[in-house]
Design a protein around this ligand. Structure first.
Ligand code: DP6
Length: 329
């Protein structure tokens, strides 16, 4: 079909976090960030142009309503205005992972939607343009356009200059080939969205600016550590960056705490692994789930240690995964 396309994209886990916007409407971040795209939990999204009075959106088999619907429809408005088209679309999206529990389903979701919608509406967009476009759906989605290790540049300026300068790109370094053991301690959706939480952190936390300043340094050091294939350095930078992000939000007013007792128990297990000589490092997004970075050869040992924390931990191992692609519908 001429006006239809299907795309697959994978989530990414940031090793240097994106936390805070300098422009809410354009999704321009305060700081640059760095992630690895995973090879698990893909999102598959089909977009088909329809002759109906409104967009139709089906997420994981159910019609999207409220905020979830509006986010997709607004995103399609942006694609339509750029493509000089007016037709509405039917969007059918399925995510294989635990949606809304801090495993970046919005990243794979908007990366897949940007890729499929651009194709369905015949928008002329290369990967860099798709990254900028995906950013407008969810900041972290800009990184899931690409596979492997990816940097999302904060860019500079505002308005069009800011928009054009803020995109993601792959940085190589695949030889490091780490494993990420994802400990899902809670499948439930989070109480405060990352969008609201980062807004409140930027607006009220006295620790936000210090974290953002340290994160700029982490971004430079992380790229060097990946380039020299230094897994312990990569892990240490990732862990301190994530804990610093959580410290900044704990200090927001009112404070925001995503870490649960289980999250802390997993952090303790990671410290115990390190005391045993295993290079394992934790990172945590806007949710209770802890992700553990380690060498591919240590993933089984890390998984066993996390299982020993309790039944609530359901570890999945991921490796570097691919960028967003169109697939035959
Ligand atoms: C903690 O990309 O979900 O996962 O841009 O408002 O949609 P919006 O936020 P989102 O935030 C992700 C935050 C994070 C860190 C990261 O992925 O870099």
């Amino acid at each position: 079909d001429a006006d239809a396309a299907v795309a697959v994209a994978h989530p990414n886990i940031a090793l240097v976090k994106y936390w805070g916007k300098r422009d809410e409407a354009l999704f321009l971040p305060v700081t640059g960030s760095l992630s690895m795209t995973l090879d698990i939990y893909p999102t598959t999204t089909a977009v088909r142009l329809i002759d109906e009075p409104a967009d139709v959106v089906v997420l994981n088999g159910r019609p999207a309503v409220g905020e979830a619907y509006t986010r997709v429809a607004r995103f399609l408005d942006l694609v339509r205005s750029r493509a000089h088209r007016t037709e509405h679309a039917m969007v059918v999206s399925t995510n294989a992972g635990p949606t809304g529990a801090g495993l970046a389903s919005s990243a794979s979701g908007f990366a897949a939607l940007a890729t499929a919608a651009a194709a369905a509406y015949r928008l002329d967009a290369d990967d860099r343009a798709l990254s900028r476009l995906a950013r407008r759906g969810s900041g972290s989605a800009s990184r899931s356009i690409f596979g492997g290790f990816v940097v999302w540049h904060a860019g500079d300026g505002d308005g069009t200059a800011g928009d054009l300068s803020s995109y993601a790109e792959p940085i190589g370094g695949e030889a490091l080939d780490p494993a990420l053991v994802v400990a899902v301690v809670d499948h439930a959706s989070k109480a405060v969205s990352s969008r609201d939480a980062m807004r409140r952190t930027v607006a009220t936390s006295p620790f936000y600016r210090p974290w953002a300043d340290s994160s700029e340094i982490d971004l430079v050091e992380m790229q060097k550590a990946i380039a020299r294939q230094d897994l312990p350095a990569v892990g240490e930078i990732a862990e301190r960056n994530a804990l610093g992000m959580h410290a900044s939000m704990l200090a927001a007013r009112p404070g925001i705490r995503y870490l649960s007792p289980q999250s802390i128990a997993v952090l303790d297990a990671v410290l115990a692994l390190r005391a045993d000589g295993v290079a394992a490092y934790a990172t945590i997004d806007a949710g209770p789930n802890v992700t553990v970075l380690c060498a591919r050869a240590d993933a089984a040992r890390v998984t066993a240690a996390l299982r020993a924390v309790g039944d609530f931990v359901d570890p999945r191992t991921a490796h570097l995964g691919p960028g967003a692609t169109l697939v035959p519908g």
